[in-house]
Ligand binder design. Structure first.
Ligand SMILES: NC(=O)c1ccc[n+]([C@@H]2O[C@H](COP(=O)([O-])OP(=O)(O)OC[C@H]3O[C@@H](n4cnc5c(N)ncnc54)[C@H](OP(=O)(O)O)[C@@H]3O)[C@@H](O)[C@H]2O)c1
Length: 278
């Protein structure tokens, strides 16, 4: 089993820097068993963090996760998300209870607001605090929040544990302002779509670096994300072999020359850019 490094959160607890995504899982009965098997392979390899959401497969992904973690809840770090349309005080609580039922567990390690909608942030935060007090979630955070949203949230509560955002070599805008702000506040940045939905696995610039390390382009993409302090990666794969391949990115050490090559192919931002989302 690979020991996965962790990064600290504002409450003093830690979170693994590598986890498993589940978007597009649970969308069809025919793939259910294979998706469960892929996640179980990940757990066997020592990957505890599973990222899911009520949105994925309209609850289907949470059912896949529930099956995969059955009997091994204590070895799992469970993350799920509430839709903005459910983010009122009462609906957040009901949505969380429905997620717990599909996941067949009594608690989430982390519950995120999937993206910002029309509900005032104070109201969703109050619902999160109610869920925390009831032991149904251990901590809460947000997703797709840009710097101004994070600053507004910080004025309401100091307890946001993470911000999950789109971040990979082709989506570097947040390095200009959001990433340094989160680092300064010790709020981990959970990078979603770290392989740009699989597209970086075919990129020539990554292939060249991968060859030099006897690695794969996907591993280079993941190692690059996790190279940054306080930054985590949650790639999704339904392929058990790729689960091991992606995890092994933790063993890949990029050199300064590699970083310079990647900066030339994917230039860092020179000015503020609005946060991208998929
Ligand atoms: N908060 C949000 O708004 C938000 C938005 C998007 C995603 N997410 C979360 O982040 C997770 C990851 O993002 P993502 O699923 O969009 O994209 P991703 O992890 O960048 O890429 C997933 C795609 O890449 C393929 N893949 C995985 N490993 C590979 C490898 N080693 N070589 C080649 N191809 C590989 C997968 O196919 P196979 O399955 O066939 O391997 C899948 O098609 C999601 O699953 C979800 O949990 C959150």
């Amino acid at each position: 089993m690979t020991a996965i490094p962790t990064t600290p959160m504002p409450d003093g607890s830690t979170i693994p820097v590598f986890g498993m995504g589940t978007w597009h899982m649970g969308e069809g009965r025919s793939r259910f068993d294979a998706e469960v098997a892929a996640l179980r392979r990940g757990l066997d390899l020592g990957i505890s963090l599973v990222d899911t959401a009520e949105m994925y497969g309209s609850g289907g992904a949470e059912q896949v996760v529930g099956e995969a973690i059955a009997g091994r809840r204590d070895a799992t770090y469970l993350v799920s998300k509430v839709l903005p349309s459910n983010a009122s005080r009462q609906r957040t609580i009901s949505a969380c209870e429905a997620s717990l039922q599909r996941l067949r567990t009594d608690r989430l390690d982390l519950y995120l607001l999937h993206w910002r909608g029309g509900t005032p942030l104070e109201e969703t935060v109050r619902a999160f605090e109610d869920l925390k007090a009831a032991g149904k979630i251990l901590r809460w955070g947000v997703s797709n929040f840009d710097l101004d949203d994070m600053q507004e949230l910080a004025a309401i509560s100091p307890d946001c544990a993470v911000n999950q955002v789109l971040y990979n070599l082709t989506r570097r805008g947040l390095e200009y302002d959001l990433m340094p702000w989160q680092q300064q506040h010790s709020i981990p940045l959970m990078a979603y779509s770290p392989i740009e939905q699989g597209m970086l696995a075919d990129h020539d610039a990554l292939a060249e670096i991968a060859r030099a390390h006897d690695a794969t382009p996907a591993q280079v993409a993941l190692a690059w994300v996790m190279d940054k302090p306080g930054t985590m990666a949650i790639p999704k794969t339904s392929n058990p072999d790729r689960m091991a391949e992606n995890l092994a990115a933790l063993n890949l050490r990029l050199t300064d020359a590699d970083r310079a090559t990647l900066d030339a192919a994917f230039p860092p931002p020179r000015r503020r850019q609005p946060l991208e989302m998929i």
